[in-house]
Design a protein around this ligand. Structure first.
Ligand code: IVH
Length: 688
């Protein structure tokens, strides 16, 4: 958009401004008053900025009822209105979700402060942008007299009753505080509290909440403080509103950071993630570091906030309409997006488990393009009532598989049909059953079902099992569909001429596969056991079994009681193993594999506890100089240690290489010992 375009406001622009106001009005109302948003925050921000730009370029188009003149929705009638002594501001949003967004802000600050290029880096405070709702807490003579929401920035709602129920918010402050003190911060709900709240809502047949922010907003606006008290809320302070001139000896601060530290000493929760940062580089490092920790925090954040640290400089920079020039919110890529459901497919897993999967219009969320989202099982799909054609919110956080959060019901088209689970396997047509107490339907076709056979073969051939290099899902589809392979042992009976008969299979590729198969024959007992795909037997269990029994035949002939003696094996796993080995066709598969030349070293049954690293838990992160992660893991496990995926207080050591990320940060935070590869080797040698 060039400014020329705007020199004479034509009706088009006037109409657009009007349209934007209506849209923003409606969505603002849904978001702030009804707690039921219908568009993504990013989309709202975009519309808001578009209107702001138009009004800036065309002052004659500005209108007294424009949403740009206020910050949020009107106070609900049911709560008394409160005029804020000092308006509650909003912050400008930096939407460039690259770290370079931080540099944009720094340049703007330097320009506005008219700093020379040679001037030293600006001192900032960087904070998480908490995803809850803004709150102003007014204390007079150290007593909490009023808690108010932001409302439209000038007038909010009096929610004192509900806020008093938040244990983290002090009701009385130390003597030394100013006569009038307004503390501003964010009321939010922790993720674990959110999960248990929704769990409870479900148990009582009540409506569940889409995300912690909506749950927090609902709790704050709950008219019955008794109910509000049962909704677990938390609070972080991030600033102040009105503060009376300090009496003799009262506190005075020169920087925002000092202010926050003082609030902390007065009893307000201030996030430990708040930090000072120097210049654009400091902000960028902070953005990246918090971005890495985002998924492992106990609460939702949607970005970070940068603030000029010096209060004198803040005053000098001042405000533009509703936003301070000295602060900016730097967003992270959205983890939730809207898209539409193109279809619902039922996929068949290795053990016959049938999973409904929503096929979506591709959407960029959480840093990747998502086309499928799991609906988990029949109950979940019904509970969310996802239908073909629906507009849905999809969420992808971290490495977690994408899922449908909820359906926007008022966008539902007429004539949609409720999803119902298939009663037959969509692949082999066998009956699908859901056993009592189970959430999943299963195909009863077993090895008759080609989908199950394909999954079983892929499972066997995967890297962490018997590893047949290059045997991926396309090739398995071809092998099974052409009937060259029915069960795993058939793989080892493949010939070059049979393979080259397949479409798109050149002689070279055929040879490569045969070589990979040959190589895979020499394996280990844990890998082989895991590769069999016995229900509930993952890698860790396979390793324990191999260690305990030493020989496959002993495992195959073990009674459930004997199996129960293995570390970490409970009745469900013992039963599953026993049932598996009781089936003649499973024994036949194993015998066939042995006949085909698959072999592994067997040992004597070994007591577990004597190992040097027994009882120690390791987490591996980053790239180690000479060991792959799998190799490091094998070494640790061989010495009796355990390898876990995430760092907690129970972690004994974190083994860190280059580009170690949030796990290293977490280790440092918790004071867990950190080893490099050399130190790990030392530990293994020492104790050998
Ligand atoms: S400072 C003068 N700091 O983001 C700036 N706001 O539009 C006043 N928010 O809903 C706000 N975390 O409640 C500030 N660390 C933080 C924040 C934060 C979240 C929210 C705030 C408001 C929005 C700002």
């Amino acid at each position: 958009m060039t400014s020329d375009l705007f020199s004479t406001p034509d009706t088009k622009i006037r109409d657009r401004a009007e349209q934007l106001r209506r849209l923003l009005q409606e969505h603002g109302h849904r978001y702030h008053v009804l707690d039921d948003p219908q568009i993504m925050d990013a989309e709202y921000d975009r519309l808001f900025r578009e209107l702001q730009t138009i009004e800036e370029q065309h002052p004659d188009l500005a209108s007294p009822d424009s949403p740009t003149l206020r910050v949020g929705g009107k106070a609900l009638n049911a709560f008394a209105s409160v005029r804020h002594a000092v308006p509650m501001l909003s912050i400008r949003t930096e939407t460039d979700t690259q770290a370079s967004g931080a540099a944009n802000f720094d340049s703007r600050v330097r320009r506005e402060l008219e700093l020379e290029e040679s001037a030293p880096a600006v001192d900032y405070v960087a904070e998480p942008k908490f995803d809850g709702l803004a709150m102003s807490l007014r204390y007079e003579a150290g007593i909490l007299v009023r808690a108010a929401t932001r409302g439209d920035g000038a007038v909010g709602e009096d929610v004192t009753q509900n806020i008093r129920t938040i244990g983290q918010i002090p009701l009385r402050l130390p003597e030394s505080v100013p006569q009038v003190l307004e503390v501003r911060g964010e009321v939010y709900m922790r993720r674990d509290d959110f999960e248990s709240l929704n769990q409870r809502q479900r148990e009582y047949g009540q409506k569940t909440f889409v995300n912690p922010r909506n749950a927090a907003a609902g709790a704050v606006r709950q008219l019955d403080p008794g109910i509000a008290a049962q909704r677990p809320l938390s609070f972080f302070a991030y600033g102040v509103g009105e503060v009376s001139r300090s009496e003799i000896g009262g506190p005075s601060f020169a920087t925002h950071f000092e202010l926050l530290q003082t609030l902390k000493t007065w009893g307000f929760p201030v996030s430990d993630l708040v930090s000072t940062a120097q210049g654009a580089d400091g902000l960028m490092v902070y953005y990246q570091s918090i971005g890495r920790q985002r998924d492992s925090l106990g609460f939702d954040i949607d970005g970070v906030v940068y603030k000029v640290n010096s209060l004198a400089l803040q005053t000098r920079m001042g405000f533009v309409t509703r936003e301070p020039r000295w602060a900016v919110a730097h967003k992270f890529p959205a983890q939730e997006q809207l898209t539409t459901v193109l279809g619902i497919e039922v996929q068949v897993g290795r053990t016959g488990k049938l999973t409904p999967v929503a096929k979506l219009t591709p959407v960029f969320v959480g840093g990747v393009t998502v086309t499928n989202a799991t609906l988990h099982n029949e109950d979940e799909a019904r509970r969310k009532d996802v239908r073909v054609g629906d507009t849905v919110i999809v969420r992808r956080a971290g490495d977690v598989i994408p899922e449908v959060v909820s359906v926007l019901l008022d966008r539902r088209m007429p004539d949609t049909r409720e999803f119902s689970m298939v009663r037959q396997c969509p692949v082999c047509g066998s009956t699908a059953v859901r056993e009592a107490g189970e959430v999943d339907y299963r195909c009863t076709g077993g090895l008759f079902c080609s989908a199950q056979r394909k999954q079983a073969i892929l499972h066997f051939a995967q890297r962490r099992a018997v590893e047949v290099e290059g045997l991926g899902d396309k090739l398995v589809d071809q092998l099974v569909d052409s009937d060259l392979v029915r069960t795993v042992p058939d793989l080892y009976r493949l010939t070059l001429s049979a393979l080259t008969g397949l479409e798109r299979m050149a002689e070279k590729s055929g040879q490569n596969l045969l070589e990979a198969l040959q190589k895979s024959k020499e394996t280990t007992l844990p890998r082989f056991l895991f590769g069999l795909g016995i229900r509930h037997v993952g890698e860790a269990t396979a390793k324990e079994l191999a260690l305990h029994f030493g020989k496959l035949d002993s495992i195959m002939d073990a009674s459930p009681e004997q199996l129960l003696q293995v570390r970490d094996i409970g009745p469900v796993v013992a039963e599953s193993l026993h049932t598996f080995f009781a089936q003649p066709h499973n024994r036949e598969v194993i015998n066939n594999l042995r006949d085909c030349g698959v072999f592994w070293a067997e040992g004597e049954p070994a007591p577990v506890s004597s190992k040097p690293l027994s009882g120690k838990t390791f987490v591996i992160t980053g790239t180690l100089p000479s060991l792959s992660r799998d190799e490091a893991r094998d070494l640790i496990e061989a010495a009796g240690g355990k390898v876990a995926g995430s760092v907690s207080k129970k972690t004994s050591f974190v083994v860190a290489g280059t580009e170690a990320g949030s796990k290293l940060d977490r280790a440092l935070e918790l004071g867990v010992a950190v080893l490099d590869e050399q130190a790990l080797r030392g530990l293994l040698d020492d104790r050998a």
